[in-house]
Write a protein that binds this ligand. Structure first.
Ligand SMILES: [Zn+2]
Length: 229
């Protein structure tokens, strides 16, 4: 018998990918809107889009690398400490694990039995999961994570770059805004579908916040741009 589908396990990488793509869409669109508000030619808009794409992808990769590797440093230091504790004072560690299960609602006898059976099976795994909250899911590879978020940013940011290349220069801001809402809505639908959450809510949320971001950068463009009408 097939059990019900659980979405939480695959939501980790999916969330990162969607976040990266949304970031790429939003920041590149905002850049082109800001520059388009201050420019009457296409070149500066394209330049801003490409520069933003490259800089954004690199900073996403660097940020993700640092955050994942420091997370995994912390985790492996915790695991080392736990391993030493398990070797040096197995009895205290057994009691510690049993106390965790008692707090979760098991009676004392059952908690001790569960703790000792889990520790007989794999002591470090049991302590990592129930004491430290470290499971396999959180052990991401920093390089993979960095690469994935850079790629998803580039995929997202490539869409407004295409709009910057092909949309009529006169109505660039309108086209950028309209297409980015379509892109954002599409990625919202994709994320909600894959994550099994409410589609309407996800789409509405991303469109509203996207509009705020783009309106703010258009405003900056208007304020700092020299308009020669
Ligand atoms: Zn422990």
């Amino acid at each position: 018998m097939e059990s019900e589908i659980h979405y939480i396990n695959r939501s980790g990488w999916l969330r990162a990918a969607v976040l990266g793509a949304n970031d790429g869409i939003l920041s590149t669109t905002s850049l082109t809107i800001g520059v388009a508000a201050a420019s009457t030619t296409r070149e500066p808009i394209l330049l801003a889009a490409v520069a933003g794409l490259v800089a954004g992808a690199l900073s996403m990769a660097a940020g993700e690398y640092v955050s994942v590797s420091s997370q995994s440093d912390v985790e492996s230091a915790d695991l080392q400490r736990e391993k030493a504790a398990l070797e040096n004072m197995p009895r205290e560690e057994l009691e510690e694990l049993a106390q965790i299960y008692i707090q979760r609602g098991l009676n004392e006898n059952l908690a001790r039995q569960v703790a000792s059976e889990l520790m007989a099976h794999n002591a470090l795994e049991a302590h990592a999961r129930d004491e430290l909250g470290i499971s396999e899911i959180t052990q991401a590879n920093p390089l993979t994570a960095a690469f994935a978020s850079a790629v998803s940013f580039i995929i997202g940011g490539f869409l407004p770059l295409l709009v910057a290349i092909f949309a009529p220069i006169k109505d660039m801001i309108f086209y950028q805004y309209a297409f980015s809402i379509i892109f954002l809505a599409f990625s919202g639908i994709l994320a909600a579908k894959a994550g099994g959450s409410n589609i309407r809510k996800a789409v509405l949320r991303i469109c509203i916040w996207g509009t705020f971001a783009m309106a703010a950068s258009a405003l900056v463009g208007y304020i700092f741009g020299v308009h020669t009408a």
